[in-house]
Design a protein around this ligand. Structure first.
Ligand code: ZN
Length: 188
């Protein structure tokens, strides 16, 4: 089992929702650590340097930041929209019309949460790995710039978008079963 630097939740976050976010985070880290992406960071290394916090506050953004006292990379994931059953994910204006990394207009709440986690993990990778990766070091600094979009694209194509397509292509009954059985996480 690969440990994150820390994993915490606000008191009002249900344990199963916290577990879901942690599994989604690890799914994204496991994907982006694959040799084909040439980061030269292993999956355990990526886990060990990341802190994850799960909160549930209506109207707040999920975000990436570095703790001021420790410089520990942290993603703070808001599950309020997920718990409210939101079935879309808005992306930033500069790339929201992209068919690969843009806004998701229709998907299950679970897939929307997965996309949110992938977005914040992409920020972690851009800042934590960017300086030492040959195809990122020159473009990693801008928050939603080329470096971010490169990593987010990898995660959307490999992890998120197949699930968006599955959400769109299955029957309502199967869709219900998919979200209940969490099939996307079986490999963890
Ligand atoms: Zn962002």
């Amino acid at each position: 089992m690969n440990m994150l630097a820390s994993a915490t939740k606000s008191p009002n976050v249900a344990p199963q929702d916290f577990d879901t976010v942690i599994k989604m985070t690890k799914l994204c880290l496991k994907e982006i650590a694959k040799v084909k992406y040439e980061l030269n960071f292993t999956y355990p290394q990526l886990c060990a340097n990341l802190s994850v916090h799960v909160k549930k506050i209506r109207g707040q953004r999920s975000l990436y930041f570095e703790e001021t006292w420790s410089s520990l990379p942290t993603i703070s994931i808001n599950v309020a929209d997920y718990c409210a059953g939101f079935t879309y994910l808005n992306e930033y204006a500069s790339y929201q019309s992209s068919p690969v990394i843009g806004t998701i207009t229709s998907c299950s709440p679970r897939t929307a949460l997965l996309a949110t986690v992938a977005h914040e993990v992409a920020h972690y990778i851009q800042y934590h790995c960017g300086p030492s990766v040959y195809y990122l070091h020159w473009c990693y600094k801008k928050p939603h710039g080329k470096g971010f979009k490169t990593i987010y694209r990898y995660l959307r194509e490999a992890v998120v978008n197949p699930q968006v397509r599955a959400d769109a292509g299955v029957t309502p009954q199967l869709q219900h079963n998919l979200s209940k059985n969490q099939v996307v996480f079986d490999e963890i």
